[in-house]
Design a protein around this ligand. Sequence first.
Ligand code: FAD
Length: 321
Amino acid sequence: MSKKVLVLIEIKDGKLRNVSFETLTVAQQVAQGGEVSAAIFGSGASSLVEEVNKYGPHKVYVIEDETLTVYTTDGYTQALCQLIEEIQADIVIMGHTSIGKDLAPRVAARFDAGLVSDCTAVSVEEGEVVFTRPIYSGKAFEKKVFNQGKVFATLRANNFETTEKDVQSEIISYHPVIKDLRTVIKDIVRKTAGGVDLSEAKVIVSGGRGVKSKEGFKPLQELADVLGGAVGASRGACDSEYCDYSLQIGQTGKVVTPDLYIACGISGAIQHLAGMSNSKIIVAINKDPDAPIFQVADYGIVGDLFEVVPLLSEEFKKVLV
Ligand code: FAD
């Protein structure tokens, strides 16, 4: 049965997040011929509509409200709830980002609806939309089907193909009533500046306690720069104060699914694997041939990371730079 699907488009640093394109592509599939709408919030949103159009939503709702330029839970909740009512969406999808993780459960609760979070696959089986998500830190997967009410879902970045569609979307300027905001953002202080976003990076070079110092991360950063990727870390490296906790990957850190994950001096504890074992290709560099990381690695290099990593940078530079 065809569905009305609404996608929340996210903007980060003035650019659309790639996970929003993945979400739009999934929306086309689950709509089963029904209407796909996209919502884009904040001042300056209209300048990004053309890019949203490329992924073929039938309608793009532009909510150019200044109070929505920076995310606040109550502002976005009010705007999204009103839009969902307006278009009578059956399915609402967004990225499993910090915004999606915060917003989706709150809005779902307002509609007394089901939420399936952190989906890594979505399919349509005999007309039913099936959402798949990892459980028990990625050791098993559960499939969820909803047979009544609205459905809310968040999608894990880097797990879905994006397909551009040659459709001219209808652009609608929408004006929800935003009132009694309890949160006012006065200033944003960033912990890290620039660089590739870890959660959406296609290549991650990650360092563990084997990196031994802050300085030890330099060759990893260089390799990441050559490959156009981001640097991540194990909790071992963060606990040892070699890097900031914002880089931590794992059960209590970020969950990533890059095309290429290069683990350097990381033993491969289960809590670390929980955050990266779904990466498409895993390369492990470790001087201990019995390190558990080699059990999940597609390619293993037994050796000293301080010798291996610079050699990799040198070789990749020859072909990529
Ligand atoms: P180690 O286990 O000390 O491994 C260092 C590795 O470096 C070794 O394998 C060694 O052979 C290798 N090495 C040393 N020198 C070199 C060299 N020169 N060249 C090559 N290799 C070298 N961990 C996470 O990562 N993420 C999480 O989210 C997380 N959450 C946790 C939650 C809980 C509740 C608990 C209890 C733990 C959690 N941990 C997490 C911690 C986890 O159990 C491990 O302690 C941690 O992952 C170990 O980090 P590591 O592999 O960098 O360090």
